[in-house]
Design a protein around this ligand. Structure first.
Ligand SMILES: NC(=O)c1ccc[n+]([C@@H]2O[C@H](COP(=O)([O-])OP(=O)(O)OC[C@H]3O[C@@H](n4cnc5c(N)ncnc54)[C@H](OP(=O)(O)O)[C@@H]3O)[C@@H](O)[C@H]2O)c1
Length: 219
């Protein structure tokens, strides 16, 4: 398992969860040439088999444990409320791998939408990143708004895994924007998800909504 991968070599990716976000990312990454293993509780379920068949040789479906075992990068796209259990069950296997938490725990009483805290506690050697959680899946499938490419903000350690996560965001479609490694950076990424919900649903903008950072480089 090589964490600091070469920028062109295909990556071995475990996509945990295959409904909406998992399927969108599996399609994008298989299309970009990566080897995608979908990890789900029921790998023979018709919708999972259909997705694996659609993606052909670039994709297989198996259990979460088997998917993680063969992966350099693990992407979590399951309900946020299931993440504490998932991390506890797979903590030893997640150690040493890049783990991207795309989940949001929106259940009543949840005080943290992300599982970054669970990962830090139970799998401290995992390189844990927060990404793909801040906008609806439609904006990953199509990140273009006219001529403007939407940004996707991510947080996590500045080191071996950062470039790989940025590459995976770019391969999915949006422009990757690194926010930082500390608590503030993680809170900022999660706040974007809150902003997305407020605008998309609270203010009626709808789900076709994403973000773009502007800087001096934009003129
Ligand atoms: N939908 C969006 O636009 C969007 C955007 C950004 C982030 N997110 C976040 O991304 C995550 C995935 O969202 P989603 O809309 O794609 O689908 P979802 O309904 O939240 O998750 C479905 C997937 O998770 C699996 N799953 C459910 N419970 C599980 C458990 N206890 N352990 C392991 N796997 C389990 C399901 O497999 P089974 O068939 O086994 O149940 C299915 O493959 C969520 O946390 C969501 O908040 C969603």
């Amino acid at each position: 398992m090589t964490i600091g991968s070469s920028p062109t070599e295909p990556l071995d990716l475990a996509v945990i969860g295959a409904r909406t976000v998992g399927a969108v990312l599996a399609r994008a990454w298989a299309g970009a040439g990566h080897r995608v293993t979908i990890g789900v509780r029921h790998p023979d379920a018709p919708e999972v088999a259909a997705l694996a068949a659609e993606l052909g040789a670039a994709c297989t479906a198996t259990t979460p444990a088997a998917a993680i075992a063969g992966a350099t990068v693990v992407i979590c796209a399951i309900p946020g409320s299931a993440m504490a259990g998932f991390v506890a069950e797979h903590a030893p296997a997640l150690g040493g791998r890049i783990v991207i938490d795309a989940t949001n725990d929106l259940s009543e009483g949840a005080h943290d939408p992300s599982a970054i805290g669970d990962l830090a506690r139970l799998a401290p050697t995992a390189l844990a990143y927060r990404a793909f959680n801040s906008v609806g899946w439609e904006n990953l499938t199509n990140p273009m708004f006219g001529a403007v490419r939407a940004d996707l903000f991510f947080a996590g350690p500045d080191g071996a895994g950062r470039g790989t996560v940025a590459r995976l965001i770019a391969d999915a479609g949006p422009r990757p924007v690194y926010v930082g490694a500390g608590d503030d950076a993680h809170r900022a990424v999660d706040a974007l998800a809150t902003l997305w919900f407020c605008l998309a649903f609270g203010q009626g903008w709808g789900r076709r909504l994403a973000f773009r950072a502007l800087s001096a480089a934009d003129g």
